[in-house]
Design a protein. Structure first.
Length: 140
């Protein structure tokens, strides 16, 4: 996986996910992504691609809620999509609940993404980024 930043869109998986999101004009793709993260198939061990896509999905929901993080070149494709659909779609409570559970799994020892970042000198910055998503999800 090509990774250049600790934020939710600073990797190849998230950028590919953002391209796929542009083919969607509703929240189904986001829900499907969160369902993949939380699938029983991933209960024992969440592989990095699913974790990276999950972080992108959560951040997209947060942006739809008006609680998005930093807007930059990495988030440009998502920000464009959000601008197009924000008046039509508001995240449902079940999606926000799934987002919280996905973040908990991604931050657990059962997450390959967690393991990969843990072995990096940028682990604390990555973890702080995910914890920031959790705080924004809770409305803080």
């Amino acid at each position: 996986m090509g990774t250049w930043a600790t934020g939710p869109f600073g990797n190849d998986f998230a950028q590919d996910w953002a391209e796929d999101l542009h083919e969607s004009n509703d929240l189904y793709f986001i829900g499907d992504t969160l369902d993949n993260v939380l699938s029983p198939d991933n209960a024992d061990y969440l592989e990095a691609p699913f974790g990276a896509e999950g972080l992108a999905a959560v951040e997209t929901l947060l942006r739809l809620e008006g609680r998005g993080g930093v807007e930059d070149d990495d988030s440009a494709a998502i920000d464009e999509w959000v601008d197009i659909v924000k008046d039509k779609y508001k995240p449902r409570a079940d999606l926000l609940d799934k987002a919280g559970r996905a973040l908990d799994l991604i931050l657990s020892a059962r997450s390959e993404l967690f393991e990969l970042w843990q072995d990096s000198e940028h682990f604390e910055a990555w973890r702080a980024s995910v914890e920031d998503q959790k705080a924004r999800l809770r409305g803080k």
